[in-house]
Write a protein that binds this ligand. Structure first.
Ligand SMILES: [Zn+2]
Length: 338
């Protein structure tokens, strides 16, 4: 090869290097701009679309791999470790919308005149610190940058505030940037995506939630009759024996409302990380509805039974996971024979 060839190759390398440098990660041109959309995961055309937005993230937070990207990836990746999302991950697409606010944080009370954060998210008054979107028009304008509103199957707003562990699941799943946010995210997604109900007991707020809605909530019922309860089809299945039953208490009431398992993420998202079996079924039904596949209970069981979480044990009123050590003992015994 001639020297001339090497020189030409050298020039080409230099040009490539310069063009790489020009678009290098530390240059402002690679920052996300207000209104940008990226696909964190794209698996399936006509799949289930998750649209993530952020409020109270300033320009500096929107850098590639910066604070906003980090929070989004943490909560979305965590959700897909939890059944049934983990088995159905390939049905989901996750879009990330970038919105630039003038300041970080959320207002402590709703102020309609606030334009310092893009969607004017705030904490509601009262002890339960609900998070709420303030400007839905702008919120959906930004959702629409990713997909039309009717194709946004789960909208998520991450509010850049870690001062209060608040989260809300209604039309939008809202979480903060607190350390516990990924756990409460799973709970809020249960509400927003599958219409699951709260299984915890807070009698003071029970009157705000009508018992008339119970027929539409898949993980709660007003009967404990094993033949009539909504999740009766789990009660005579061996795989769920000792796990699924009718446990009194739920929907803010200590009496007269029943939940399917002793604990679940809809009861206490910190102590119990998983959805109970009827909740997992409700989520899979929703996925099937969106992708246009008829729900099949046998297919559900095939995919669900391997994910059943370990039994828990109650000691001094506290719930602890019960490790099934009989399986371990058998394996250990076999190993020792070798
Ligand atoms: Zn809740």
């Amino acid at each position: 090869m001639s020297l001339k060839y090497y020189s030409a190759l050298g020039l080409l390398c230099l040009l490539i290097f310069q063009s790489c440098k020009k678009n290098g990660p530390d240059k402002p041109t690679t920052d996300h701009q207000d209104g940008d959309v990226s696909q964190l995961y794209f698996n399936k055309p006509n799949g289930v679309n998750i649209i993530v937005l952020g409020d109270g993230f300033i320009k500096d937070d929107l850098k590639k791999g910066g604070a906003y990207d980090t929070h989004v990836k943490e909560v979305i990746d965590y959700l897909f470790t939890i059944a049934p999302f983990k088995q159905y991950k390939a049905y989901f697409n996750t879009y990330v919308v970038y919105a630039e606010s003038k300041q970080r944080g959320a207002n402590k009370t709703y102020d309609p005149a606030n334009t310092n954060t893009k969607f004017n998210a705030s904490f509601s008054d009262g002890d339960y610190g609900l998070l709420q979107v303030g400007n839905y028009d702008t919120f959906y304008e930004y959702v629409n940058k990713a997909v039309p509103k009717d194709k946004a199957h789960l909208t998520v707003l991450i509010v850049n505030d870690d001062s209060i562990d608040a989260s809300t699941g209604g039309e939008v799943a809202l979480i903060t940037t607190s350390k516990l946010a990924k756990y409460t995210f799973v709970h809020e997604v249960g509400h927003t995506f599958a219409g699951l109900g709260d299984e915890y007991v807070v009698p003071e707020i029970a009157d705000n939630y009508s018992l008339g809605l119970i027929p539409y909530i898949p993980n709660l019922d007003t009967t404990s009759d094993p033949k009539k309860v909504k999740w009766s089809h789990f009660l005579n299945n061996d795989a769920y024996r000792g796990i699924v039953g009718t446990f009194e208490g739920g929907y803010y009431r200590a009496k007269g409302v029943y939940r399917p398992e002793e604990s679940s993420v809809m009861l206490d998202p910190i102590a119990s990380l998983n959805y109970n079996a009827p909740s997992r079924e409700a989520i899979v039904r929703k996925i099937d509805e969106i992708i246009g596949t008829p729900f099949n209970f046998d297919t559900f069981l095939r995919d669900d039974i391997p994910t059943i979480h370990p039994l828990s044990v109650k000691v001094n009123g506290n719930t602890h996971p019960l490790v099934n050590d009989f399986i371990g003992i058998k394996n250990k015994a076999q190993l020792m024979k070798k």
